[in-house]
Write a protein that binds this ligand. Sequence first.
Ligand SMILES: C[S@@+](CC[C@H](N)C(=O)[O-])C[C@H]1O[C@@H](n2cnc3c(N)ncnc32)[C@H](O)[C@@H]1O
Length: 228
Amino acid sequence: MKKYRDHYFKKAKQEHYPARSVYKLQEIDKRFHVLGAGFQVLDLGAAPGSWTLWAARKVGPGGRVLAADIQATETQFPENAVFLQEDVFERSAAFQAELDARKPFDVVLSDMAPKTTGVKFADQARSLELAVEALAVAQDCLIKGGSFVVKIFMGPDDGELRAAMRDAFEAVKAFKPQSSRSESKEIFYVGLRFRGAGASAPEEGEPKPPDPKPPDAATGNGRGDAPT
Ligand SMILES: C[S@@+](CC[C@H](N)C(=O)[O-])C[C@H]1O[C@@H](n2cnc3c(N)ncnc32)[C@H](O)[C@@H]1O
């Protein structure tokens, strides 16, 4: 077992998080400041619940987290977080009603991942489908100026997702957290400053719309940052 794997695994146990993946969200948030007090958060692919626990802490009592996963979890969530067992591709009427009642969300997170088969291209294709579906949900539910974090297994067709995100967000960043295993092909794309439902990227030469939020401070050149 690799050293860093031990480290994050043990740390998660000590800090009572059900999965080491919590540190990926912490790194993403440290870099891009996607979570804030009072925020409404949608967390897709939430089981066993580390991201939800962390997001609920970050948004505090004035914020709320709606979490969903195709699998159940036994994690106990605080009062400001609700977990629903749902397939993102086949949203029940109850889940859709909950989304409609809570939207607009300030942030949509997706750490969704398919059950891996070992067949690289099949796993990448399924991961892309999940990411594209998460983007569709985000485009329906996000507030103008909001943020979107999505995980994908890197593959030959990622350009499709990046292009769609560039259309929907003023900035799109690629990020590989330190806590993500180096042998893992996962990467996170972060969409910042949602242009708004139905809006698309301005054509070259068109004037840019004014910033709905001050520019983010997350422009460093850390590991995995990639121009988009
Ligand atoms: C890496 S885990 C998420 C870990 C979680 N962020 C945490 O911190 O505890 C990926 C999750 O995506 C979920 N998932 C995969 N396909 C899904 C789908 N169609 N709808 C909802 N969740 C899905 C899996 O069940 C799995 O729990």
